[in-house]
Design a protein around this ligand. Structure first.
Ligand code: IMP
Ligand code: MG
Length: 175
């Protein structure tokens, strides 16, 4: 897929190398006990499947749907759970797997929601982080790449449901 509006920001090779490092790091941090990866749909699904396969230990998976953005490129500030977990996380080690932390509104809200369910521990793994844009505090324990303030697509990230299946993370320039 070549598109004149797209510029590669993080290549597929860099993504895969970094995910192997993160998988090794998370595996070392959780040598025993149960571990749940909670994938935030839909953007994090590619990151989840690659990260889970980079793990050196067993990991359980579940999915959560959150809506913040409509077709706009900026957050409406409203967060809604559109699909909840199938499992109880009480007493479990949980890692939220997210594609990108932008304003922090989504993850700040989600940490609050999931904390009330009394997990044993909870951390965040995010492939991308745009720290300049932060409005709410979020501690990203496992961050793939910090990127500058540009709207990006690919490797799960979309614009109006397009471009998710690109191998690379690319900046989408306005037409
Ligand atoms: P936040 O609540 O502002 O941190 O937004 C987080 C969510 O917004 C992410 O899970 C993405 O779905 C979406 N998002 C933020 N920045 C981008 C971007 O550059 N491209 C695509 N989606 C983005
Ligand atoms: Mg998302």
């Amino acid at each position: 897929m070549t598109d004149p509006k797209l510029t590669v920001v993080v290549s597929s090779e860099k993504i895969q190398t970094r995910i192997r490092e993160l998988g090794a790091q998370i595996s070392a941090d959780y040598p025993t006990g149960d571990l749940y990866f909670i994938c935030i749909l839909k953007g994090a699904c590619f990151f989840l499947t690659d990260l889970a396969r980079a793990m050196k230990r067993d990991v359980s998976l579940d999915f959560m749907g959150i809506s913040t953005y409509g077709k706009e490129k900026s957050s409406s500030g409203e967060v809604r759970v559109t699909k909840d977990l199938d499992i109880s996380i009480e007493g479990s080690n949980v890692i939220i797997v997210e594609d990108i932390v932008d304003s922090g509104v989504t993850l700040n809200y989600l940490m609050h929601v999931l904390d009330q369910r009394k997990p044993r521990s909870i951390r965040i793994a995010a492939l991308l982080d745009k720290p300049e844009r932060r409005l709410r505090p979020v501690h990203v324990h496992y961050a793939g790449f910090q990127i500058e303030d540009r709207f990006v697509v690919g490797y799960g990230l979309d614009h109006a449901e397009k471009y998710r299946n690109l191998d690379d993370v690319c900046a989408l320039d306005p037409e």
